[in-house]
Design a protein around this ligand. Structure first.
Ligand SMILES: *[C@@H]1O[C@H](CO)[C@@H](O)[C@H](O)[C@H]1NC(C)=O
Ligand SMILES: *[C@@H]1O[C@H](CO)[C@@H](O)[C@H](O)[C@H]1NC(C)=O
Ligand SMILES: *[C@@H]1O[C@H](CO)[C@@H](O)[C@H](O)[C@H]1NC(C)=O
Ligand SMILES: *[C@@H]1O[C@H](CO)[C@@H](O)[C@H](O)[C@H]1NC(C)=O
Ligand SMILES: *[C@@H]1O[C@H](CO)[C@@H](O)[C@H](O)[C@H]1NC(C)=O
Ligand SMILES: *[C@@H]1O[C@H](CO)[C@@H](O)[C@H](O)[C@H]1NC(C)=O
Ligand SMILES: *[C@@H]1O[C@H](CO)[C@@H](O)[C@H](O)[C@H]1NC(C)=O
Ligand SMILES: *[C@@H]1O[C@H](CO)[C@@H](O)[C@H](O)[C@H]1NC(C)=O
Length: 328
């Protein structure tokens, strides 16, 4: 009997606990030509994790008169200049067709799981928050995501498989973080990347395979890092079109004011590294630190094993289709 009482008590406490963490999300609804029906989140402070939404505040009256819209019509949620340290966990229950999620200047601290976002989300703007880590599996299955902004956070490391499924990603902003290095495997599957901003980090060297799988990349910003060494082969496999390819590399340890030339002359890149350093600091030949141990045979570059969400459709460059075991 006591045991039952005890469990009942625990259950009650647990329910109260849940209750405390259920909020009403205040929304100002409006329509935007580009992004669709939008909820702009009003005055709210979420400082605890695992907060649930019990209902959506605000009303659809203005829009309803004209278009009869409801919560499920919402395609975009904007949280700007609020205190949202953690995203409410069941947001997609109310906005199941969300395509754009912006949480900007909200002090967001952690990327907490919101699994259903994976299937619908096209744009994720999480700039100017306090995110320190990207959990390895957080972006798995986000195969429709086209824009990802994480600039102005405190990210110092990205797990090598973190972007495994970002097959539709076109624009990525990671500028103004604390990145020291980027694994060359990270972007292997991001075949549609066009724009990558890595400015104002602490990158120290660039491996040759980085961006070797990105035929559409046409803007790469890497100014204001501490790059002092580039492995030979970097950028050598990128294709150029008539608008030219731009890699901005100024403000690094040995590169100054350098825009990658349109014709892709890599000798220039090396010379710039060496010539601008006095005394020369750039290690052009190789980025592997010298060791006394026997030099290991360089591992042959291998595409990582990839598993993709079964119901995604991708638009993959034909030259790279052979990388994918499933889905074709
Ligand atoms: C949220 O926090 C801000 C700043 O501390 C405060 O002005 C505002 O009243 C709070 N809002 C709510 C709904 O508690
Ligand atoms: C949160 O979402 C779930 C579905 O995930 C829903 O059933 C529930 O009513 C929502 N609110 C709360 C407080 O759990
Ligand atoms: C608005 O939508 C609801 C549910 O979709 C429907 O039942 C209702 O008849 C609609 N009202 C108008 C005025 O179209
Ligand atoms: C952000 O909110 C604060 C009050 O919480 C206000 O003073 C400030 O002007 C707001 N900033 C912007 C850019 O809206
Ligand atoms: C680079 O980062 C520093 C320190 O966070 C900041 O003060 C500066 O404004 C940033 N520069 C740019 C161009 O964003
Ligand atoms: C060249 O790249 C630019 C920038 O992405 C793009 O707008 C343009 O359509 C491309 N041209 C061709 C012929 O692919
Ligand atoms: C960098 O380029 C800008 C514009 O092209 C020029 O004004 C500036 O003097 C250059 N700085 C250096 C250090 O060469
Ligand atoms: C994938 O699509 C099939 C058929 O449309 C469906 O039965 C299945 O549940 C979907 N799988 C997931 C994980 O959504």
């Amino acid at each position: 009997m006591n045991a039952i009482n005890f469990s009942l008590k625990t259950l009650t406490l647990f329910l109260i606990f849940l209750q405390i963490r259920a909020i009403i999300l205040p929304c100002d609804f409006s329509f935007d030509k580009k992004y669709g029906y939008t909820c702009r989140v009003g005055d709210i402070n979420i400082t605890k994790s695992h907060v649930k939404i019990k209902r959506i505040g605000g009303n659809h009256e203005e829009e309803r008169k004209l278009f009869n819209r409801t919560d499920t019509d919402v395609l975009r949620v904007i949280m700007f200049n609020r205190t949202i340290n953690f995203l409410p966990v069941n947001i997609t229950h109310y906005f199941p067709y969300l395509r754009t999620l912006q949480v900007k200047k909200c002090g967001l601290q952690r990327l907490t799981r919101a699994p259903d976002l994976r299937f619908t989300l096209r744009r994720m703007y999480f700039g100017f928050n306090e995110i320190k880590n990207i959990p390895e599996k957080y972006f798995w299955h986000f195969c429709r995501l086209e824009t990802l902004s994480l600039h102005g956070n405190q990210i110092s490391n990205i797990p090598r498989m973190a972007f495994r499924d970002l097959i539709s990603l076109k624009r990525l902003s990671l500028n103004n973080n604390h990145l020291k290095s980027i694994d060359s495997v990270l972007f292997t599957n991001c075949l549609n990347l066009e724009y990558v901003d890595l400015e104002n980090n602490s990158l120290q060297y660039i491996e040759s395979k980085l961006f070797s799988n990105q035929p559409r990349l046409n803007k790469l910003l890497m100014r204001n890092n501490q790059i002092g060494a580039i492995e030979s082969g970097f950028l050598s496999r990128l294709k150029y079109n008539e608008t030219g390819f731009n890699a901005l590399l100024g403000g690094n340890r040995c590169i100054d004011n350098f825009t990658f030339p349109r014709d892709g002359n890599y000798e220039d890149l090396y010379r710039l590294f060496v010539n601008n350093c006095s005394p020369p600091q750039a290690r052009v030949e190789s980025t592997t630190p010298k060791t006394t141990a026997k030099p290991k045979k360089k591992p042959k570059y291998r595409t990582p094993d990839m598993i993709f969400f079964e119901n995604c459709t991708w638009n993959i460059h034909k030259d790279y289709a052979h990388h994918f075991k499933h889905g074709f």
